[in-house]
Write a protein that binds this ligand. Structure first.
Ligand code: GEK
Length: 243
């Protein structure tokens, strides 16, 4: 399998275009470096996907990777269950084109597929394992309950939703403190202050966080009987919802 592995220097000279952040070709080319240097615990979240898929995937059912980007979560499922039927969905044409090209062999030999669709319009069904790794934060707040309802409906009894997200705290002092630490994390990973502030500005209104409780409450509202936190790394969480 081919990977691009180009270093992210998109905001090296600031946000020159002044445009909001988008998952276009430029971002696709540096995506792995960007997410790894920006999201604390990203690699651990992928390991958890392998682990929980192994435990909860039911043979003959579907596994969905919603907001799949370059398919890292899909690949994590296949690492632990090579026979799983995995469907990755993303509405970025550049991301899906790259998935189709780099996973060509796996797509031909196994039941792996990628769809370029807005997840709010996708049909999802007969699922025992659904992973939503850092996607919900990019949806309009008004759409999020509908996505959760759709996921709950698509899951079979015994199935799970594993979701990772950036979160804020209800207390704004605590939120600012943790955001500052997150910026330090990025700085230690080689991003300059200009890169950090330009990226933050470009994400304004594009990435909208909620609190951990907001996510748990939504889960309950749509009918998930049990849920739990399985990973907490600075202001990032991985939560599991059981049907
Ligand atoms: C990973 N899960 O590597 N429909 C479909 N896709 C969408 C939508 C939508 N409405 N909105 C945003 N996306 C991946 C990382 S990245 C997270 C996921 C990040 C897609 C968007 O195109 C992008 O590829 C992905 O959600 C979010 O485990 O960059 O922080």
């Amino acid at each position: 399998m081919r990977t691009m592995g180009k270093q992210d220097n998109i905001y090296e000279s600031g946000n020159l275009s002044g445009l909001p952040f988008a998952f276009n070709k430029e971002v696709t080319e540096v995506f792995e470096d960007m997410i790894d240097r920006s999201v604390p615990g990203y690699k651990t979240s992928l390991s958890l996907i392998s682990l929980f898929a192994k435990q909860y995937y039911q043979e003959g059912t579907n596994c969905y990777d919603l907001g799949c980007s370059l398919g890292a979560s899909s690949l994590s499922v296949l690492k632990s269950i090579p026979s799983a039927r995995v469907i990755g969905i993303d509405n970025s044409k550049a991301m899906i084109e790259e998935c189709l090209s780099r996973f060509e062999t796996l797509i031909t030999n196994q039941s792996l597929s990628f769809l370029c669709e807005d997840i709010m319009k996708s049909e999802i069904r007969n699922a025992s394992f659904i992973t939503v790794n850092y996607l919900v934060q990019f949806l309009d707040l008004a759409q999020r309950d509908n996505l959760f309802k759709k996921i709950h409906k698509a899951l079979l009894p015994g199935g799970i939703l594993l979701m990772s997200e950036k979160v804020h705290y209800e207390n704004s002092y605590e939120s600012n403190r943790i955001f500052k630490t997150h910026h330090k994390f990025k700085s230690v990973n080689g991003y300059s202050q200009l890169e950090i502030s330009s990226k933050r500005d470009s994400l304004e209104g594009v990435l909208i966080t909620e609190s951990e409780d907001d996510h748990f409450l939504r889960g309950r509202r749509v009918g998930f009987e049990r849920s739990a936190k399985v990973l907490s790394n600075l202001n990032f969480r991985t939560l599991i919802f059981f049907k």
